[in-house]
Write a protein that binds this ligand. Structure first.
Ligand SMILES: NC(=O)c1ccc[n+]([C@@H]2O[C@H](COP(=O)([O-])OP(=O)(O)OC[C@H]3O[C@@H](n4cnc5c(N)ncnc54)[C@H](OP(=O)(O)O)[C@@H]3O)[C@@H](O)[C@H]2O)c1
Length: 342
């Protein structure tokens, strides 16, 4: 493709490396710049991924005319600051999940994207993958009849010190924001598909959580979401508890299991959705793609850039997700130290 989108990466952490590797397999974009708080780290990352524009402060990448779009991969509390600055610099934005720490932050980011007329999307890669499109199609087509119960889990055991991003209070640690955001977005997506909408908001949110003994963030938590027409979601997340990371959907005429819902076919390949239509042999839908997961996400940005948002994860969808995360955090009693005096 001519005129490939010029990507700049803000922050050189773990996920930034995965995104950079995928960009090399992307039809619509190319990596042109990277920035870090340390010039040395940026240059190291640049050498690894073949990038010549390497900056030692985040501001600098926003002034690079070859950068059309930035990928923000800092810890969550810095997402809003850098998305807002990127929008003001007229850069398109793919921002890691959760988009912000709260609905309030997401509103400010969306407002800034709107005012500055730039693209903005929350980086839920699973939403861009054909497996998710197939799942939505099956629900819409009534494969299991009226949806009654959704169970979505994303939880793992991280053996990390209190300073690590995953459990660090000042860096927005804890399971609800890190991986619970996926379970909320999946539940809202499936409830929406069942009700003929793009997504749907719960009318009630309940939950419990257990906290890290030193930092006070949620080590693991569960939530219950009540949607219209009696659809209930049970969600679970954690950074201190390994669980089975699956999605199960029960309906009036059967059930669906998605064995690998969140990061399907990282480097392309085949994933599967299992359907049990009451009384019939188990059916298996195979979803095949040659494309890398994060390259599909980057292509989604490029393909929708003129519309400024993508239906895979629209602004309204991110706002709704943030509201539900706020409510889940309130239900479990999780208030970050940075929020205690605001
Ligand atoms: N979509 C996905 O599959 C996925 C997977 C994992 C994580 N994520 C999201 O991506 C974001 C980053 O996660 P990660 O696992 O890549 O984290 P990470 O490895 O800790 O990297 C975060 C990077 O942010 C920068 N940073 C800026 N201020 C920082 C501070 N005060 N403390 C520490 N680092 C700081 C650092 O880069 P520099 O030193 O270069 O500035 C650091 O390397 C999170 O919001 C997370 O939710 C998404």
């Amino acid at each position: 493709m001519e005129n490939k989108l010029g990507w700049g990466i803000i922050a050189t952490g773990r996920i930034a490396g995965k995104f950079a590797r995928a960009l090399a397999h992307c039809d619509t974009g190319r990596l042109v710049a990277v920035t870090s708080r340390s010039k040395e780290k940026a240059e190291q990352f640049g050498a690894e991924h073949g990038v010549s524009h390497c900056y030692g402060s985040y501001e600098e990448i926003l002034a690079d005319p070859e950068v059309d779009a930035v990928y923000i991969s800092t810890p969550h509390p810095m997402h809003s600051e850098w998305a807002i600055k990127a929008a003001q610099a007229k850069k398109h934005i793919l921002c890691e999940k959760p988009m912000g720490m709260s609905r309030k932050e997401v509103e400010a980011m969306v407002d800034e994207a709107h005012v500055n007329d730039v693209f903005l999307m929350e980086a839920f890669m699973y939403r861009c993958h054909p497996q998710t499109a197939k799942l939505v199609e099956l629900i819409r087509d009534g494969a299991i009849g009226a949806v009654r119960l959704i169970q979505a889990t994303f939880s793992f055991q991280a053996n990390v010190p209190p300073e690590h991003r995953l459990v660090n209070n000042a860096l927005g640690g804890g399971g609800i924001l890190d991986v619970g955001c996926y379970t909320v977005s999946m539940s809202r997506l499936i409830a929406g598909a069942a009700l003929g909408k793009d997504f749907c908001e719960p009318s009630e949110v309940h939950g419990f959580g257990c906290f890290h003994p030193v930092t006070g963030v949620d080590g693991y938590a569960v939530g219950e979401l009540l949607f219209p027409e009696g659809i209930i979601a049970q969600i679970a997340s954690g950074v201190l508890l390994a669980q089975e990371n699956v999605v199960r959907i029960y309906g009036a005429k059967g059930s669906i299991v998605v064995p690998w819902p969140w990061g399907p076919s990282l480097e392309g390949g085949t994933t599967r959705i299992l359907i049990n239509r009451n009384g019939l042999p188990l059916e298996e839908y195979l979803v095949q793609t040659d494309q890398w997961l994060y390259a599909i996400e980057a292509d989604t940005v490029a393909e929708n850039i003129d519309r400024r948002q993508a239906s895979a994860m629209s602004w309204a969808d991110s706002l709704g997700n943030a509201s539900t995360l706020d409510a889940w955090r309130k239900a479990v009693g999780l208030v970050y130290q940075m929020e205690q005096h605001t």
